[in-house]
Ligand binder design. Structure first.
Ligand code: PMP
Length: 399
């Protein structure tokens, strides 16, 4: 076989891709075992019937041909209006590109702002695809590490120093955060904005969990002074409208950036199917009540988990203020996050994601996705805590 490109062979960085526990759980399920899967951010409710009806109506009505590459006009307008209303930043349809999901938007954003070989910063722990996405865009990913005891918030000083040292082109942040559930406070975002301005960096702000805020408010950094001209904001219908499989999201950015991103879309995806865009438009037209209905189970389960975790001391919870996850510190067991997750899966058939899947900063942690029914989640979390408790006792007896 002729040689493949360095770009494609380096996407995973040569190491583990971090998905081994997830795939092992899936293999166990395929072999007929009952496994409680608390791994990925997939809702346990399906896309709302009314959204599916809108999709069906559109397809039956003939919207099955090529759609406009930047997105259909009405959807670009609806997304722009939503951002204007939610973030206070006046946004026009020309500031919006409709993309096949947030993932495609993340890739396109890095393609737009990084030259091959440029350093692109991102915050560790991170959503598992980030470094690969940056490498796919031929840039060099560089992690900004954070600490569990700081709720995994990045230190803007460190961002600035690292940006200077590496002449970084961009910084990718994600609030509300996957995997930690942290919501960045205003002071952190202001510090990050300053670091971007001082180092002439682009900010790529992944806000796909903007409807899942359990405490405090979501502040879009695009709304901070002088940030609108250097921010590419990523949005998605996956989490806000339980439309993960429909693959639809957006980028909001200065018009000049969107013009270039349209060139990229023309030569890569050629847009998003029209009937999916019409379904997304219908979803947005339902306003906040539908978004709240979809977020409600996660809010409830996050509260439930907080209560259960408060009753024990074997694992330490990182306060989850948003998104559909809670991160647990299992270091007292003496195991790595990966070993803990593998052992929990073997012994109790409960699958959680090892913190190491999300970078060095989350080593010794596991991430629990709040994506099963309340009683099943409670039972699983209690089992996990008991398991950690028993392991910790073994560790302290042995030492
Ligand atoms: N960003 C984050 C932080 C995510 O968790 C996800 C999906 N899990 C995405 C982006 C991509 O979502 P999608 O491509 O489904 O819009």
């Amino acid at each position: 076989m002729a040689k493949l490109s360095d770009r494609i062979t380096s996407i995973t960085g040569g190491g583990s891709d971090g998905w081994e526990v997830f795939y092992r759980a899936r293999r166990m399920v395929a072999a007929g075992e009952t496994v409680t899967e608390l791994t990925i951010g997939e809702h346990d409710v399906l896309t709302d019937e009314t959204i599916l009806d809108a999709m069906h109506r559109s397809a039956k009505g003939g919207h099955t041909g090529y759609a406009m590459v930047p997105g259909v006009a009405a959807l670009r307008q609806a997304v722009a209006d939503r951002l204007t209303k939610r973030t206070g930043v006046p946004t026009k349809p020309d500031n919006i590109l409709i993309t096949p999901g947030g993932q495609s938007a993340l890739f396109s954003a890095h393609m737009a702002v990084c030259n091959p070989g440029d350093t692109a910063l991102y915050v560790d722990p991170y959503y598992a695809t980030y470094p690969g996405t940056i490498r796919a865009a031929s840039a060099i990913p560089h992690a900004i590490e954070t600490r569990s005891r700081d709720a995994f918030l990045p230190d803007p000083e460190l961002v600035s120093e690292t940006a200077r040292a590496h002449k970084a082109r961009s910084l990718l942040i994600n609030s509300p955060n996957n995997p930690t559930g942290t919501v960045y406070p205003r002071t952190t975002l202001e510090g990050i904005a300053k670091a971007c301005i001082d180092n002439d960096m682009w900010l790529i702000s992944d806000e796909v969990y903007d409807t899942q805020i359990w405490q405090g408010d979501h502040l879009s950094p695009r709304a901070l002074p002088s940030m609108v001209e250097r921010t590419l904001m990523i949005g998605s219908f996956s989490k806000s409208h339980a439309m993960t499989g429909s693959r639809i999201g957006w980028i909001a950015a200065p018009e000049e950036v969107i013009t270039k991103l349209i060139d990229l879309a023309t030569s890569t995806t050629y847009g998003v199917p029209g009937y999916i865009q019409d379904a997304a438009l219908f979803a947005l037209q339902q306003g906040e009540p539908l978004e709240e209905k979809i977020a409600a189970p996660f809010r409830r389960r996050r509260d439930l988990m907080r209560e259960i975790l408060a009753e024990q001391s074997a694992v330490k919870a990182i306060p989850s203020n948003g998104a559909m996850y809670t991160m647990l510190d299992v270091r007292a067991t003496g195991l790595s996050g990966l070993d803990f997750a593998q052992a929990l899966l073997t012994k109790h058939k409960i699958a959680v994601m090892p913190g190491e899947s999300f970078g060095n900063s989350a080593a010794g942690h596991v991430r629990v996705a709040l994506t099963v029914a309340d009683d099943k989640l409670s039972d699983s979390v209690r089992t996990l805590c008991q398991f950690a408790h028993d392991l910790s006792k073994e560790t302290s007896c042995a030492s």
